[in-house]
Each structure stands twice: as C-alpha cells, then as structure tokens.
Design a protein around this ligand. Structure first.
Ligand code: SF4
Length: 463
C-alpha cells in the first residue's frame, strides 16, 4: 500500500453525500450511458496482486469536465475463506465503501451503477482512480478480514467496458439462477440485511429463496455465505419461526427480526403481497410495482425506463413514494429476479394481476410471464393512458377484463344517479292549480310544498 496521503477524507460521514449535476466534475455510468457495471470475482491466491490498482482507458485527469463516461469496476479477491458464494455480497459492499470517499458518489449496483466525482474533490486532488481503488482496498480489508488479497481495475475505455459488460451480465444471471430450484418451504432460515439503513434508517430486507433482495444483488445463497463469514456484518440469519400465513408469506421469525432491526418502526411483513403489511423499500430497488386502482391491477417499471409510465408518472417520481423504509400499500420495490419467483404476488393474484409492464423490463423477464399472458399485458408501445389500458385489457381478454367491465358498469350507474340529482327539479302538480297565484305581498299568499313534484306550465309575475 502506498504511503502517499489521500487527497480527500475517507469516512462513513460521507455516505449520504449527494453530488448535484452542477457540482460534478464527471459522471461515470448512470442513465446517460449504456454500458456500466461493477463485478467482484473470487480468484486463486496466485492470481491476485494485493493492493494493485489498474486503469484501462483514460484516468480521471484525462476526462473532460461535465461529461458522462462508460464505466466498469472489477474487484478481484482471494483468501482461504473466499468462495464464489461471497462474490455478490462483497460486490454489494462496493456501494457503501465507495460512498466513504469524500466527493465520490455511488448509486445502485451491478449493471446499473451511477457514480459522480465532485469538482471540489477533483480540485483537492481526487484526480486519479488510483485513490478510489486504494480506498476500497483499505476499507474492504479492514472490514472483511477474510479477504487476504485484493486488486481493483477501473475501466473507462468504451470498448473494454462494453466487452466486460457482456461477461458481467452472464455472471449475474448464473448467480440468480441458483435459487430457482428451491422454495421457501424447503429451508428453516431466512436472512436479513440492513446495509441500506445509512440511506433508509428503518428499512430491513428479508431475503428468502423465493424473494431476492430488492436491490437484486443478494440472493438467499449470497446472504447465507455473508452471514457465515461476517457474523457481525449487516446480513444475519433469521430463523423462520412459525408460518402464520402461507399465502401472504407471514412468518413469526421474520416479523420479530423486522421489528427489532427497524427499531419498532415496522412490525409485520407479508412477503408475497403489496397490501396489508408490504415489505419496505430503501432506494436501491431494481424495479417498482405500483397499484393502478382504475383496473385493480399493477404496473411494473424498471430503473432503466426513461419515459412516463401508464399512470403518467416516471420511475423517479414513484421512487420517492416507494423508498425510505416506509410500508406503503400498493407500492413495492422489487429485484428483477423476484419476477421469476413462484411466490410472485402470490397473495394478490400473481401474474393475472399485472396490467402493464415497461417494455425494457418486459424484455428482460419475458421468460417468467405465463405464455398465455405475454400478449395480454401491454407496454408503453401499446397503451399510453389509463383509458387506453382499460380498453386494451378488455379487448385482449386479460384476467382483469371482468373487473374492469364491472367497474365501468358501476361507474355508469353512479354517473347516471349524479346526473339525475344535478338536473333542474321537475315539478308535477298532484293538485291541479289553475288561474293566477298572486305574488307575495302584504297580505299575499305563501305556499309551501313538501315532498311534492311541481311542474309549472306558465309562471306570470304581476307587479
Ligand atoms: S437493498 Fe436490501 S439486501 Fe440490498 S443492500 Fe440494501 S438492505 Fe441489503
């Protein structure tokens, strides 16, 4: 490790630091570039040079201020206890350790990282990726002592970033596929993670074989490995306890853990429902499922989707409603792999309750959608408003079509009743009144009607 002094501070106090666009020197990854990733690989001891930091492509001081760049971060680790199962969990820690670096902001995970370097930090001397690499190595080895050797490579060469992006996607997919063969009923221990409490203090993730973490980066196997090698870390085992409700997915052990780790803010979780006591969300979710009352179904959108969803709101607006560790009925932050879970929306009607999916997400999870529903669930390419959505679902015979028709019939009835009430009163005399009724004057006539329908053919007012 170099003896050089770090140009910026490295401390957990910088974890919540946000770098706004006008304050950024450069943006690395993020929504403006297609290719970005971070990846941890477990390696044999002789393939890792401890403390080495490499840069493939231009270094920070060769990048142009105010611009966006493709970005990849490869972390290679070795140690007697370092195994493949730990890769995801080590990878997820890149997020919090990166945020310890003053003037370096890191958001999201895997293929979706979004980083910024601030102008202020750059001027202070954070002008090379070597500083970020050295900080990561120092923090990882201090916090996770089972890592004996570590090297970091930063990629900014667009071709190389793209090449390794394809490789990284295959690694993520292989990790995700591991839990597909087991069910929540097959295990007696779930896991809980509170790594995101630095951003959402009352948020607790419960990770089960059939419910991947909402960041998508930690599945049940990853969590199990993390709890084993780092028992004092953010991931701990959760004895399942008694199953209170197998359909909604409520377990005494999970409830006790949520109450304890959220410091009493939340007390119950229904793991397979968006209603009642839904799982909380921090801010790292890969996708959002949102309730659409007009069709009594859900829409689903991923972070990569740019435009407005079918309810007119973009991902970013809904993210503020979903996140923060608060239980918000009808809104869920979800990992992409959860769409493949046999417990997917189990208590709420499963896939039959999904009314709309952003095309970017639909493309990724097409294999998980029951074949008979693939063409019945529209994207923004088929419908762009709730009215169009209703029409589409009814025309295609979506499972929600009957609900929509019943709702429309009910709405028509209500509209009719309202119109009748709002119409000018029709007065039909029950007692024929002929002649002239004098207008009230001193000594005139006062007529009061109660419960009468009055029809006036002609009204003449004589002064
Ligand atoms: S989203 Fe959940 S599992 Fe993922 S890092 Fe945050 S707390 Fe942990």
């Amino acid at each position: 490790m170099s003896e050089e002094k770090f140009p910026v501070e490295i401390s957990p106090v910088y974890e919540g630091e946000r770098i706004r666009k006008e304050d950024m020197f450069v943006e690395l990854g993020g929504p403006n570039v297609q290719y970005k990733w971070e990846l941890v690989q477990a390696k044999p001891m002789d393939e890792v040079e401890d403390g080495k930091v490499s840069i493939i492509g231009p270094d920070l001081n060769q990048l142009e201020e105010g611009k966006y760049y493709p970005y990849g971060v490869l972390v290679e680790v070795a140690g007697a206890q370092v195994e493949k199962d730990l890769e995801s969990v080590i990878e997820r820690r890149i997020h919090d350790f990166s945020n310890y670096v003053e003037g370096y902001m890191h958001l999201n995970q895997r293929y979706d990282i979004w980083c910024r370097v601030s102008k202020k930090a750059y001027r202070k001397g954070l002008n090379s990726f070597k500083w970020i690499g050295k900080a990561l190595i120092r923090l990882f080895k201090a916090e996770l002592p089972f890592i004996e050797k570590m090297q970091v490579t930063f990629y900014t060469d667009p071709e190389k970033v793209k090449e390794l992006y394809e490789f990284a996607l295959k690694v993520y997919e292989a990790r995700d596929a591991r839990t597909r063969g087991i069910r929540d009923e097959d295990v007696d221990t779930f896991y809980s993670c509170v790594l995101c409490q630095s951003f959402a203090p009352q948020h607790v993730c419960i990770i089960t074989p059939n419910r991947v973490s909402l960041c998508g980066a930690i599945n049940w196997f990853d969590a199990r490995a993390a709890a084993r090698v780092d028992p004092k870390g953010p991931v701990i085992p959760v004895p399942k306890g008694e199953c209170i409700d197998p359909i909604r997915g409520e377990y005494t052990g999970a409830n006790e853990c949520v109450e304890k780790r959220s410091l009493g803010a939340n007390k119950r979780f229904w793991l397979y429902s968006a209603f009642g006591y839904p799982h909380t969300s921090c801010g790292c979710f890969e996708t959002i499922a949102f309730y659409i009352p007009e069709v009594d179904g859900f829409g689903c959108v991923d972070r990569g989707f740019k435009g407005p969803t079918v309810n007119g709101l973009p991902f970013s607006t809904m993210a503020t409603q979903v996140g923060g560790g608060i239980q918000s009925e009808g809104f869920l932050g979800l990992g992409v792999e959860y769409y493949r879970s046999p417990k997917f929306f189990q208590a709420d009607g499963g896939w039959g309750r999904i009314a709309w999916i952003a095309s970017t997400l639909k493309e990724r999870i097409k294999d998980a959608i029951p074949p008979e529903l693939v063409d019945k669930i529209p994207t923004e390419k088929e419908v762009s408003s709730i009215e169009e959505l209703k029409k589409f679902l009814v025309e295609k015979g979506h499972p929600l079509a009957e609900v929509i028709k019943a709702k429309e019939a009910e709405e028509a009835k209500v509209a009719e009743a309202v119109a009748a009430e709002a119409a000018p009163p029709t007065v039909t005399p029950t007692v024929p009144m002929e002649g002239v009724v004098a207008a009230p004057s001193v000594g005139g006539i006062r007529i009061s009607f109660s419960g009468a329908k009055i029809k006036v053919g002609k009204l003449v007012i004589v002064k």
